[in-house]
Design a protein. Structure first.
Length: 115
């Protein structure tokens, strides 16, 4: 199982970014996928979850209405569209899943929101 995040960067408040998580080594379409984030000095926080089919999603209250999780199972890729970014969204963003009761994490991608 391999998860590779990309799309992070430095943006100003109010701008947007789209993160991608490319999955390989397992049947991605069979598993729910989750985005977490971790800011410096803070605990890792669940951001958004999407069901295996993409038909169900859930979000942290802090990102509802601004972030959208989606997936393209034909490309084995999960996305996180982040709009109206705030400085408090600054963190390393991780893609994760659980396969055969074992958790797998990507290496993370840094998102910095600063004026």
């Amino acid at each position: 199982v391999q998860l590779v995040e990309s799309g992070g960067g430095v943006v100003q408040p109010g701008e947007s970014l789209r993160l991608s998580c490319a999955a390989s080594g397992f049947t991605c379409s069979s598993y729910a996928m989750t985005w977490f984030r971790q800011a410096p000095g803070k605990e890792r926080e669940l951001v958004a979850v999407i069901s295996n089919s993409g038909g169900a999603t859930n979000y942290a209250d802090s990102v509802k209405g601004r972030f959208t999780i989606s997936r393209d199972n034909t490309k084995n890729t999960v996305y996180l569209q982040m709009n109206s970014l705030k400085p408090e969204d600054t963190a390393v963003y991780y893609c994760t899943t659980v396969v055969s009761r074992s958790p797998y994490w990507g290496q993370g991608t840094q998102v910095t929101v600063s004026s």
